[in-house]
Design a protein around this ligand. Structure first.
Ligand code: B1M
Length: 208
């Protein structure tokens, strides 16, 4: 199965074909990283472009996302190593009002692969849930946002951490398509990562 075929099948939302294609590519020795970066992620970018141009609508975007998740689930064992000693505890979630979780799941997966213990708070996460996670031992709070309308909730969480007297007890990292380093500075986050591999590097740096 060619990577182009996997790319096309994600766009079409053909989950069983994506599953078969990813299995076949892995069996043929194509690395999980290559499948991710040359088929799955570009396919979601293309779906985003088609949505923006009015060529597809939310239902198509949703089935494509499901197909992507099917492929991602097969890649997970290859991206995540097992038995590593914990590099630290990261509570990660998509901020309040935002349901996009593919990028967040990918970041969580890569962090797990790098030996971090993950508390996945899910999507549409209120700031209080991030604050509560610090009480449960999170050393890093990771927030993801895909909408320009929800990214401000990252700042709300930083303020909530300050109000709870916990800001100096935890590192805050942020990411997601509309998020920038400038925005991270503006809200007082400790770091911004543009993609899942830099998120792993950043988490390591933040915990020294
Ligand atoms: Co939505 N959506 N969506 N969507 N969607 C976008 C984000 C959009 C850019 C599409 C577009 O217009 N081109 C647009 C946002 C526009 C804006 O805000 N400026 C948009 C919109 C408008 C919407 C709705 C409002 C549509 C509607 O209902 N009218 C709606 C909002 C729902 C809500 O959240 N309340 C909506 C809904 C959906 C679906 C549910 C259908 C589906 C999500 C399914 C799911 O996630 N389970 C969906 C999808 C799939 C997309 C696109 C097509 C793909 C997103 C994705 O998964 N990308 C997206 C277009 C696009 O991004 N090109 C779009 C792949 C993923 C691997 O990348 O998430 O960027 P990404 O993650 C990267 C980095 O950003 C980074 O690392 C990841 C890996 O490299 N990263 C972090 C992410 N989080 C990080 C955290 C970190 C560090 C790095 O530290 C903690």
């Amino acid at each position: 199965m060619e990577l182009k075929q996997i790319f096309d099948n994600v766009i079409e939302g053909a989950a069983p074909a994506v599953e078969a294609g990813v299995k076949e590519a892995l069996d043929a020795g194509v690395s999980a990283d290559t499948i991710l970066k040359e088929a799955l992620i570009p396919a979601m970018d293309e779906v985003g472009r088609q949505y923006e141009e009015g060529e597809v609508f939310v239902p198509e975007m949703l089935v494509a996302a499901r197909a992507m998740q099917t492929g991602l689930a097969l890649l997970k064992p290859h991206l995540v190593s097992s038995g590593a000693e914990s590099a630290g505890k990261v509570a990660i979630g998509t901020v309040k009002g935002d349901l996009h979780d593919i990028g967040k799941n990918l970041v969580a997966m890569m962090l797990e692969g790098a030996g971090f213990e993950i508390m996945d708070l899910g999507v549409d996460v209120p700031s209080q849930a991030f604050v509560d996670a610090v009480g449960r031992g999170a050393q890093v709070i990771g927030m993801s946002a895909l909408l320009t309308t929800t990214m401000s909730n990252m700042g709300v969480t930083v303020e909530a951490l300050k109000a709870a007297g916990l800001r100096d007890k935890v590192k805050v990292m942020v990411g997601g398509a509309p998020v920038t380093q400038d925005f991270a500075n503006q809200i007082g986050a400790d770091g911004f990562a543009a993609d899942a591999s830099s998120a792993t590097r950043l988490a390591r740096e933040l915990l020294g």
